[in-house]
Design a protein around this ligand. Structure first.
Ligand SMILES: [Zn+2]
Length: 92
């Protein structure tokens, strides 16, 4: 156990591991960016797998978006082990 040991964080600062042990990612999703056709606000949508209508948070108008391919999302999740493989090895 590494309780109460000091470790160095990303910026080199000392971190008390008993209080702030870094937690590794255990899952992931991929956000896609869509520009609102009315006001050009860029809206992040988490892996839209179906053709849905979204509402712009800025101008409040609605518009349909093109979905993303489920196979590509699954591929990205597999090659990154659901995001776990993306964890900076310096911290795990
Ligand atoms: Zn808008």
């Amino acid at each position: 156990m590494q309780r109460n040991e000091d470790i160095r964080g990303r910026r080199g600062g000392l971190v008390n591991s008993s209080l702030t042990t870094p937690v590794a990612p255990m899952g992931m999703d991929i956000a896609f960016h869509y520009a609102c056709p009315f006001c050009q606000k860029v809206i992040r949508v988490s892996s839209p797998l179906k053709p849905v209508v979204i509402s712009c948070p800025q101008c409040h108008k609605q518009f349909p978006i093109v979905p993303v391919d489920d196979a590509l999302i699954k591929f990205m999740q597999v090659i990154t082990a659901e995001g776990r493989a993306a964890a900076c090895q310096e911290f795990v």
